[in-house]
Design a protein around this ligand. Sequence first.
Ligand code: 5RP
Length: 235
Amino acid sequence: MNPLQIREVGLDAKEVAARRAVAEVRDGMIIGLGTGSTAAHAIRILGERIQAEGIRIQGVPTSARSKEQAEQLGIPLVDFAQVERVDMTIDGADEVDPNLHLIKGGGGALVQEKIVASATRDLLIICDPSKVKAQLGAFPLPIAIIPFGWQATLRKLRSFGYPLHLRTDSAGDPYRTDDRLYIVDMQCGEIPDPPALEQRIKSIIGVAEVGLFTGLTRRVIVGNSDGSTQILERP
Ligand code: 5RP
């Protein structure tokens, strides 16, 4: 038996994808730091590269959680307000379709993630194979809404005809994003036209942002537990 094979089987597929993405980081880059368990691997590995190789980068965190992790690892950070463009953002996703449209926001950070992604030259999404879908929609679509008048916003969202759920925290209170917004999760089932749905939801007054990321992703790195990766590119 090949001892290499024994060592490789059973790797964390998210970490495999993260390692492959962080290998693309170069000296001098401004790097968007995503949020979630996959992005957390990338931030840790980036911290290791900074320690081991002394590469000089500046990170732009997409959440308080990612900021705290980066600070603990000594990753130099820059305020998003101070940068005009981000060279590369490495972030996770809840679902990815063949056009590289995404559902994001399972971790509640969709607003800052989307703002940073939209200012990024190379949005690199990292995930394990379970996130790759023929069509988006099985994962409940997160929608960030403004707390004022949230009941009225919810009524408008109900007109889409999908089951909705106001996200709550462990105390049963409405969950708050870093920007103090509420999140509604919409159980679409299937989303045949993600860009159209994104625009329809965004047009509702009271909606701050929707977790559909369309036309933003350059590449998706899918990690496998045998250590291999696949790169998905936009058709
Ligand atoms: C957070 C996100 C995450 O990227 C998404 O939820 C994936 O999370 P994980 O890497 O833990 O599977 O959008 O808002």
